[in-house]
Design a protein around this ligand. Sequence first.
Ligand SMILES: Nc1ncnc2c1ncn2[C@@H]1O[C@H](COP(=O)(O)OP(=O)(O)OP(=O)(O)O)[C@@H](O)[C@H]1O
Length: 298
Amino acid sequence: MSDPLVRLNGVSKVFRGRGGAVTAVDDVDLEVRRGETVGLVGESGSGKSTVARLVMGLQPVSAGTVEFDGRPMTSIKGRQAASFRRRAQMIFQNPFGSLLPHFTAAANVAEPLRLHRVAHAAAGQARARELLELVGLPPRSAELYPHQFSGGQQQRIAIARALALEPELLVCDEPTSALDVSVQAQILSLLERLKDELGLTMLFISHHLGVVEKLADTVAVMSRGRLVEQGPAEALFEQPRHPYTRQLLAAVLPVRGEPVPLPEDPWRPEDDDSVRMTEVGPGHRARIGAAEHPQAVR
Ligand SMILES: Nc1ncnc2c1ncn2[C@@H]1O[C@H](COP(=O)(O)OP(=O)(O)OP(=O)(O)O)[C@@H](O)[C@H]1O
């Protein structure tokens, strides 16, 4: 078994504001081993994005430690911080918001190379074109601007840009939630292919268990800041142990081909016994696995 690239030990994050303190992440232990994809799942507000920001070093922890490649993040400073930023990259829910609107697709992808002084302008543009091809975009897309692409194509550009610095870790925060279901499947297939081809390590965040099923080797389920269940994806899908996981799984059961939305009032720790559990057999999983069909640029 490979060693952990990322390890969270007893990590908590408390936000203090006028309305009092919010414990967004509560005593979380989590490992992402090299080459592995961990799916982090839970309803809105459960603390997933906060975990992502702590892993990326974008916010300090309130307690516990986050280690990257065996070193506590707090000790990564100065030049090493710049190198860390190359080794871990993130993609977000809204690709348009994360792209520079007045830069062409190729210039967007080349921008990290320029910022990190990895490649001169011409070499950067050439590399950007290779990366756009890698993510399934046609050559002429290089000279187009973000608004000229569909949402799925914009996410491909954002992925190409995240890969420009050849990161070891890719943190994906709901990268398909803003996309149509068929386009979601294409982006998931793309990430699956990139994971295999590039040996990426991924932390993949979603509020939907069905979305992580295709990609994740390990699944961690979060509710109200705590990890309530984690384990190998297959075991978790076949035999979910925690009532909240069962509830999330029930929500991906297909009914007339459509996923059932999450209940308004999801599982609460205090009324554990009152939860009606839905038995989920192996044949009942929602599949998002349509083949990858890159769209043509409009
Ligand atoms: N900067 C902040 N200041 C105050 N509270 C915050 C801050 N960031 C997050 N929170 C709170 O922490 C909790 C967890 O938020 P977080 O965004 O991590 O959840 P999430 O599972 O990613 O949800 P979503 O999918 O809606 O983004 C929420 O109650 C949120 O309001």
